[in-house]
Design a protein around this ligand. Structure first.
Ligand code: ZN
Length: 202
């Protein structure tokens, strides 16, 4: 298959780089031609020197970050541990109150005692339960990212970026809804990759 990887915006090849290459080491390097002038020493004396040179530009990781193929996975282990730790005290209170229920003080209404116990244990369990819930949500989000990543990777790998125009593009369409040879901004590129992975609305 003959693939045209020239930039669809400037129609040049010298500024384009594949997206995986840009993201490989978190930095990007582009080459530009610049003019220099000065004075050189020759056998005939001082001579003016004018010429061109290739300038290497290393760009910050901002570009690599904006072209990333998936959001970062969030760790869940510590959060789960914290949630369980926060439930230790409610568990102890539950055991103590249940024991107290078995031997209620005389003339005490059991149902109000039970209601008090449920409210007390429920209230102090709340922080632990909420922590476990957010850990569970993180886990679900991580799983969704892992599931969608192969599909997003296929789109991401096929992407190219033009350092002249600061635009990304696909030389060919890796998926039916990805336009071929249409320049898009890095943000739009990431949006389309994440959409292909199904984790846009995380
Ligand atoms: Zn271009």
């Amino acid at each position: 298959m003959d693939v045209d990887i020239t930039c669809p915006h400037c129609h040049r090849l010298d500024g384009v780089q594949s997206v995986p290459a840009i993201c490989a080491d978190g930095s990007s390097t582009s080459y530009d031609t610049g003019t220099y002038s000065g004075v050189g020493i020759a056998s005939t004396g001082l001579v003016p020197v004018v010429g061109t040179t290739t300038i290497e530009r290393s760009q910050s990781t901002t570009l690599a970050r904006s072209l990333t193929c998936a959001p970062a996975l969030e760790p869940t282990r510590r959060l789960t541990g914290l949630g369980l730790l926060l439930l230790v005290l409610p568990a102890i209170v539950l055991v103590v109150l249940t024991t107290a229920m078995m031997f209620p003080p005389p003339n005490t209404d059991r149902s109000s005692l039970l209601l008090g116990m449920i409210m007390c244990v429920g209230t102090i369990s709340l922080p632990g339960l909420l922590t476990l819930r957010s850990s569970f949500q993180r886990g679900r989000r991580n799983a969704r990212i892992m599931r969608g990543r192969p599909r997003a990777m296929a789109v991401w790998c096929a992407g190219w970026y033009c350092h002249r125009c600061y635009l990304a593009f696909w030389p060919y369409s890796p998926l039916p809804d990805i336009p071929a040879r249409q320049a898009v901004t890095p943000d739009q590129f990431r949006w389309m990759v994440w959409k292909a992975g199904g984790y846009l609305n995380r």
